[in-house]
Design a protein around this ligand. Structure first.
Ligand code: ZN
Ligand code: ZN
Length: 361
């Protein structure tokens, strides 16, 4: 990551340290480390004070850290099991008294090791979601990465949908999609691709199985690609052949719930308000979705904010949030439609692009 982008994010974190009366923070989650420093490897810790920003790691990562995290001072550790002693040493050297830690990420064992190595003048303070709170609004360079990875997934789907036909298994469709993500430049799938045909569509998170696609099946395909640490998430529901009247009606109802709720995705509208609108549109349907309407997406597939009845976060320009209503009818099947939406001052902007045509094969 460019040093100035990293400096900008670290400055925002420092603002929060002042508010919370912390002298520094130890960052341990890989996504938060990547967000702040740019380092994409699997093991490192950050120690950030009001004036210093250090990245600690063992020799496997030194070159990578220098290349990816130019805004951070590299502190070289011995073998990885010595890392916690080194973190304690740095807290001591930087004279950090009150130190926040990622309480949602640091394991009990790691906490024991760190506190065991610290002298009495250091206090560890549990801070949940401090960096996640900064990640909730995407920087312009993050929006571009999300737009790009959503575009890859959309083009992959459009390429593969022509090959979907009776006789393929659900897992064949998932494989074709994931292979195409890579061909188009992604690092791989963002999550295990969901392909749920016929009655299996009633399982909101049905994994692609050996079930063979048949003419007349309605198929829920929920797919995402990942690149440069960022993820996409799109769902389409298609029908092999001509949709029946009931299939077309249910798909249309879900689409209506999506369009009406998406129109509300503007700055100032709270997450639960958007969720409620989709449920109101589907109020007459007996099997409307039991899951939340959507979720933030970025370095993680599911992150804040959540479009759900209990999340009252006001939407802000720069948030990227999915909108994915569904109807799941036991023994009949399911419909889900999902887009990634960028909240802008001018209103919602859809980042996902896969074809909307329902009939295939
Ligand atoms: Zn999805
Ligand atoms: Zn989703």
């Amino acid at each position: 990551m460019r040093a100035d982008q990293s400096a900008h994010r670290v400055a925002a974190l420092r603002g929060r340290l002042v508010d919370l009366e912390l002298d520094g923070v130890v960052v341990t989650s890989p996504e938060n480390i990547r967000y702040l420093s740019g380092f994409s490897g699997s093991l490192a810790y950050l120690v950030i004070s009001r004036t210093d920003a250090e990245i600690l790691g063992d020799s496997r990562y030194w070159l990578q850290m220098e290349a990816e995290a130019p805004g951070f001072t590299l502190i070289r550790s011995g073998p990885s099991h010595g890392l916690w002693a080194l973190v304690a040493q740095r807290l001591k050297a930087l004279k950090l008294g009150r130190v926040g830690f990622d309480s949602q990420h640091l394991t009990f064992d790691q906490h024991q090791r760190l506190s065991g190595a610290l002298a009495a003048e250091h206090t560890l303070v549990a801070i949940a979601g401090l960096v996640e709170e900064l990640r909730i609004v995407k920087a312009p360079e993050e929006v571009e990465l999300l737009r790009s990875v959503a575009g890859i997934a959309g083009r992959a789907f459009d390429r593969v949908r022509g090959a979907i036909r009776p006789g393929l298994r659900e897992r064949d469709v998932a494989f074709l999609l994931e292979q195409t993500f890579r061909e188009l430049g992604a690092d791989g799938p963002a999550f295990e691709t969901i392909v749920a045909a016929g009655e299996r569509g009633a399982l909101p998170h049905g994994r692609a199985s050996d079930r063979v696609l048949e003419r007349g099946d309605m198929v829920v395909v929920d797919f995402g690609a990942s690149a440069a640490g960022y993820h996409s998430d799109t769902t389409r529901t298609i029908v092999l052949g001509e949709p029946t009247t009931e299939q077309a009606r249910v798909i249309e109802a879900v689409r209506q719930a999506q369009l009406e709720s998406m129109a509300l995705m503007k700055p100032g509208v709270t997450a639960d308000t958007v969720d409620r609108r989709a449920r109101e549109v589907l109020a007459g349907e007996t099997h409307a979705f039991g899951h939340g309407l959507g979720h933030g997406i970025g370095l993680q597939v599911h992150e804040r904010p959540f479009l759900s009845p209990t999340d009252h976060t006001p939407l802000r320009a720069g948030m990227v949030v999915t909108n994915e209503p569904g109807i799941y009818i036991p023994d009949w099947g399911g419909v889900r439609l999902e887009e990634m939406v960028l909240v802008t001052e001018a209103g919602p902007e859809v980042l996902t692009s896969a074809s909307w045509e329902i009939g295939v094969g």
